[in-house]
Design a protein around this ligand. Structure first.
Ligand code: DGJ
Length: 702
């Protein structure tokens, strides 16, 4: 997959449908050559041209021609690598030190011409994916400290195009993943989180296209940073019509100190070039995430129940057992007790940090409830928020110095809580200690790992360079605690949560099994959130619950069936107060859970086709199809009916041409060619909030 031509100096990374080419030039600088359709080494070498002379003394080196644009020399673009040495000197001058080429990995080593600073560019490809992973390792080989003012994982350059369009998501709490698609501005566009966590407000991925791509057609270049702390991606469009982007850890103004002998390995900033529109780009990310990121790719997410919207902080053994019994009757496979089971936790004002079951609520600890849940044939899950503390807690009274803070500055409380400094070894060890005991002592199968506020006053008094080291070290220690926990308890599964979808990224997904996409469980709002979530992240990872109406957040009432059909587009869960559901509702819910179990392998492991985006008065639909075309599921929705609204047939995707498909419910047989080329007239019940699920199974060949 990776080859090198010594005569031209070209390295070629060949994925199944794309190529990436680069070269170290005569000055020793790694230069970008190509990223797009397949090329041979010889063809890639033809792209090596003479250095384009600068048009004037004001232009400088093109910032988009280098593999990792550094600060230094006549470069004026956003640097991917910006260094300050102990003597105050800046800049990095590339001097090659070696290469290591294998079939799937490429490492290019460099050292600064004058200073003992090593930089290694890493590339990795997979035989089954067009995604190319890149990251950078910087090592201080000297005996004086170095400051890294910026250390991006990678910079990606696009070919020259007449137009560039940027797709990304923005959002806020309860409104994550709102898809934006806009012309890329000339100059620099910065997408970032300064919150210490991935954030609800932006997500570390970008897609660029020539402004012509549709859901099904067109070339798209996209990239995703695997990091769960603050981050920054800068997309650039230059006046001469070029574009690219650079991305990595930390926001503006954060530095990473590098002591003598110390090394920094950045997280991967992976990217893929796809043909076939935004749908194909999303599918490339889904397949890659399932095959190479999530820890248990072969598994199906269980149908879970979560107590949060039913009981809030009012959690006790008796009421949880009652809910668990109802959940089991519905076919739930995993019962999760949310916030409120520990310490003095009666509201969000107290108790965080004191991780022992509240005696008045659980007189004999958690074991009786765990046993009941297991006895009902379900796995047992528990909510935790290990990175946080309420000032009103025994933990804070004992360790007020454990939180992020600056001496002589206030400690800003958000949701009445402070952030524990996970960058500290003792704090991370404390968290690991109680978590591993909690899981081991109670036979806990699943943790919902929450994180309910952004960083503020992110200082670490007493630690030299504390506030600079804090950001990356916090995330590494967080990953380390989760990794240790998983190693201790291989059967443990984890849900990533940060007040809903505030920490969804490929870094956290590489060590958790699913993510809670949003605290907004209103089915109508959720459709937009799920549409944005699924641009990059697969449905397998997208927790989606059916909750009560009127919805707690929006006051909206939509039918149970519609709520189920929306949640069935992800990893289905239920979060309503089942003790108040009528017999009819419970019966309908049990049938829908059973239906989901019949098709979840398609949702969680199939290919996604977005047939039409969620719209106000149009029918929208998502289709999940087995990768061998043997079965497909269509989920279709109409939010609000309108007299005179168009009812166009929907053309299905991913079917085996010429085959016939039987409707698993009605037995009606359809021709794939008709479904794909002429479309299916979806038979939606009349009225608002109308939805359907259609499961088609390929007939054996006659
Ligand atoms: C925020 C989460 O997103 C909710 O689902 C719930 O777990 C609350 N935290 C509990 O405090």
């Amino acid at each position: 997959m990776i080859s090198f031509a010594p005569d031209s100096g070209v390295y070629l990374l060949a994925t199944p449908n794309s190529s990436y080419a680069l070269r170290v030039d005569e000055s020793g600088t790694p230069r970008h050559l190509a990223w797009g359709p397949r090329l041979t080494l010889e063809e890639a070498a033809a792209l090596v041209g003479p250095e384009v002379p600068m048009a004037s003394s004001f232009e400088g080196v093109s910032p988009l021609g280098e593999e990792l644009p550094v600060d230094g020399g006549a470069r004026y673009g956003p640097p991917s690598l910006q260094v300050r040495f102990a003597d105050g000197s800046r800049a990095f001058e590339w001097q090659p030190t070696g290469q290591h080429v294998t079939d799937d990995k490429l490492e290019l080593g460099f050292r600064d011409r004058n200073y003992p600073l090593d930089v290694t560019l890493h590339y990795r490809v997979h035989a089954d994916s067009d995604v190319i992973e890149r990251w950078t390792v910087v090592r201080n080989a000297g005996d004086e400290p170095v400051t890294l003012l910026r250390t991006d994982s990678a910079a990606w350059a696009l070919p020259p195009l007449r137009h560039y369009r940027l797709s990304h998501v923005t959002g806020q709490w309860c409104a994550e993943s709102q898809l934006r698609r806009e012309e890329l501005s000339y100059g620099e566009t910065v997408l970032t989180s300064r919150r210490g966590v991935t954030s609800h407000h932006a997500n570390p991925w970008v897609m660029l296209d020539a402004g012509e791509a549709t859901e099904e057609h067109g070339r798209v270049w996209s990239a995703t940073l695997a990091w769960s702390g603050s981050w920054r991606i800068t997309a650039q469009r230059t006046p001469d019509g070029r574009a690219g982007f650079t991305g990595g850890i930390g926001h503006d103004g954060t530095n990473v100190p590098l002591a003598p002998g110390e090394e920094l390995t950045t997280p991967p900033f992976a990217a893929v070039c796809t043909d076939g529109g935004f749908g194909a780009a999303s599918r490339a990310w889904h397949a890659y995430t399932i095959a190479h990121v999530v820890p248990h790719p072969e598994e199906l997410a269980p149908v879970l129940y979560n107590s949060w919207e039913a009981t809030g902080f009012d959690v006790d053994e008796v009421s949880q057992k009652a809910l668990a019994e109802r959940a089991a009757e519905l076919g739930v496979e995993l019962y999760v007790v949310d916030d409120g089971w520990f310490g003095a936790r009666r509201s969000d004002h107290a108790g965080l940090g004191d991780w022992t079951p509240t005696p008045e609520r659980f007189p004999n600890g958690l074991t009786p409830l765990v046993d009941t849940v297991h006895g009902l044939g379900m796995k047992f899950g528990l909510w935790v928020e290990p990175e946080m503390v309420n000032p009103d807690s025994d933990l804070y009274r004992e360790h007020p110095d454990w939180v992020l803070h600056f001496t002589d500055r206030p400690r800003t409380e958000l949701r009445n809580q402070l952030v524990l400094n996970f960058a500290r070894r003792d704090v991370a060890d404390w968290a690991y200690g109680w978590l591993t005991r909690l899981v081991g002592d109670h036979g806990i199968d699943f943790l919902k790992w929450d994180m309910n506020r952004a960083f503020s006053e992110a200082g670490w008094p007493g630690q030299p360079d504390g506030s600079d080291r804090l950001g990356p070290q916090y995330v590494r220690n967080l990953y380390g605690v989760i990794d240790r926990l998983r190693a201790d308890h291989p059967a443990l599964r984890i849900e990533a949560c940060s007040g809903g979808g505030g920490r969804v990224d490929l870094g956290i997904l590489s060590r958790t099994d699913q993510a809670w996409a949003s605290d907004n469980t209103d089915a109508a709002d959720r459709m937009g959130i799920q549409h944005g979530y699924g641009q990059v992240y697969p449905a397998r990872t997208m927790g989606a619950w059916v909750t009560d109406v009127p919805n707690q957040l929006t006051d909206r009432t939509v039918p149970l069936r519609f709520r189920f059909h929306v949640a069935m587009a992800g990893a289905l869960g239920i979060g309503g107060d089942l003790t108040h559901w009528s017999e009819d509702e419970l019966r309908e819910a049990a049938a829908l859970v059973a239906e989901y179990k019949q098709v979840r392998h398609l949702v969680q492991h199939g290919r996604l086709d977005r047939l039409s985006p969620p719209g106000q008065d149009t029918v929208s639909g998502v289709q999940y199809t087995a990768t061998d075309g043997s079965e497909t599921l269509l989920l279709a929705y109409r939010r609000v009916g309108r007299s005179g609204a168009q009812h166009l047939p929907v053309r299905l995707r991913g079917l085996t041409p010429g085959a016939r498909y039987r409707d698993a419910c009605t037995g009606v047989v359809h021709h794939a060619t008709v479904l794909a080329e002429y479309g299916l007239q979806i038979d939606l019940p009349s009225g608002d909030w109308s939805s359907t699920a259609l499961h088609l199974v390929r007939e054996p060949e006659a």
